[in-house]
Design a protein around this ligand. Structure first.
Ligand SMILES: [Zn+2]
Length: 287
C-alpha cells in the first residue's frame, strides 16, 4: 500500500531518511514551511527557504521516487518578529502561485499573541484569495484553548472549514475539530505527546473520516517512519484495511487535492540529473 506523510520537514532530514521512507512505502509527502529553530533575522532567508521547498527538496525526494509537495506561510512563532513578519507576508503571493504548493501553512498559534492573531487572519484571507487549503498548527502549550481559538477565528473570517486542516490534535482537541467540517491531523512522536497506540484508540473511537496522521519529523527527536509504523499498529490492532488505506492515503490526497495541484504522477529524474547545475547524487545514486 502507498503511504502519505502529510506533515514532515525534509529540510532537516538526510538521504538515509528518504531511502528508508521509500522502502517503507511512503510515496508522497507534504513539507510545511516552519520555524527552523534558529530565529531568522532577514526576509531574504525566508525567500531562499521557500525556494528550497519548492525546488531543491522536491528534487531530492524525486530521486527516491517520493512525490514532494509543500505549504508556504509565515509560521506562528516568527509572526512575532516585527523585523521580518511584514516582509515575509509581502513574499507570499508570489510563492503561493508555484507548482507543488498545496496549501498555506503552517499558520496558527504558538503563544497566542496579538501579532499571531493578526497574521493568522491575514493568511486565512490570502488562502481564500488563492483558493488554497490551510494547514493550521496548534500550540503545544495550552492546546485546547489554542484549538478553540483557531476554530473561532476560522468562523469569524468565514473560512470554508473543509479547506482547513487543524494539526497536532490529541484526545482533548480531536472532538472539537470533528464537530466542525475541518480535517484533523495527528503527529506521532517517539517519546512525548501522541503515540501509535493512542492513535489506534482514536480511530477505534471516531473512525477514519477527516483524520490524518503524520510524523512531523524535523530537527528535533522525531521519527520519519512514524506513518508506516502507525499504519502497522492499526493493522495489528485489527483496524480494517479499507480504513487504513483511507487514513494513510485517501484522506491526505482528498484534502490536499483541493488545491488542484496534487500531481501524483511520478517524476523520477534521470540518474545523472542535476538540480540547477548541482549534482546531489554524490556517489550514492537513487534507486
Ligand atoms: Zn511542523
Amino acid at each position: 500500500m502507498r503511504l502519505f506523510d502529510p506533515h514532515i520537514h525534509m529540510t532537516s532530514r538526510t538521504t538515509d531518511d528518504y531511502r528508508a521512507m521509500a522502502a517503507a512505502g511512503i510515496a508522497a509527502l507534504v513539507e510545511p514551511a516552519f520555524w527552523l529553530g534558529q530565529p531568522r533575522t532577514h526576509v531574504g532567508t525566508f525567500d531562499d527557504y521557500f525556494a528550497s521547498l519548492v525546488g531543491w527538496e522536491r528534487f531530492r525526494a524525486s530521486q527516491f521516487g517520493i512525490r514532494h509537495f509543500c505549504t508556504i506561510a509565515l509560521n506562528p512563532k516568527e509572526a512575532n518578529n516585527p523585523a521580518v513578519a511584514d516582509g515575509v507576508m509581502a513574499l507570499l503571493p508570489r510563492w503561493l502561485e508555484k507548482d507543488g504548493v498545496v496549501a498555506v501553512g503552517e499558520i496558527g498559534y504558538d503563544d497566542m499573541t496579538p501579532a499571531e492573531d493578526k497574521y493568522l487572519a491575514a493568511q486565512l484571507e490570502l488562502a481564500k484569495e488563492h483558493q488554497l487549503p490551510v494547514l493550521v498548527h496548534t500550540p503545544h502549550r495550552d492546546k485546547k484553548r489554542g484549538t478553540e481559538r483557531t476554530l473561532a477565528v476560522l468562523r469569524e473570517v468565514q473560512f470554508p472549514e473543509p479547506l482547513a486542516l487543524i494539526d497536532h490534535n490529541n484526545e482533548e482537541t480531536l472532538p472539537l475539530v470533528l464537530r466542525t467540517d475541518c480535517w484533523a491531523g495527528h503527529s506521532i512522536y517517539p517519546d512525548t505527546k501522541m503515540d501509535e497506540a493512542r492513535m489506534v484508540e482514536l480511530v477505534r473511537r471516531y473512525g477514519p473520516a477527516r483524520i490524518l496522521v503524520n510524523s512531523a519529523a524535523d530537527w528535533g527527536i522525531s521519527d520519519p517512519l512514524k506513518v508506516p509504523k502507525t499504519a502497522a499498529a492499526m493493522r495489528a490492532a485489527g483496524i480494517a484495511e479499507a480504513d487504513v488505506a483511507q487514513l494513510f492515503w485517501d484522506n491526505p490526497v482528498r484534502f490536499f487535492g483541493q488545491s488542484g495541484r496534487l500531481e501524483l504522477a511520478e517524476d523520477k529524474p534521470a540518474a545523472d540529473a542535476l538540480f540547477e547545475g548541482n549534482s546531489i547524487l554524490r556517489g550514492q545514486a537513487a534507486r
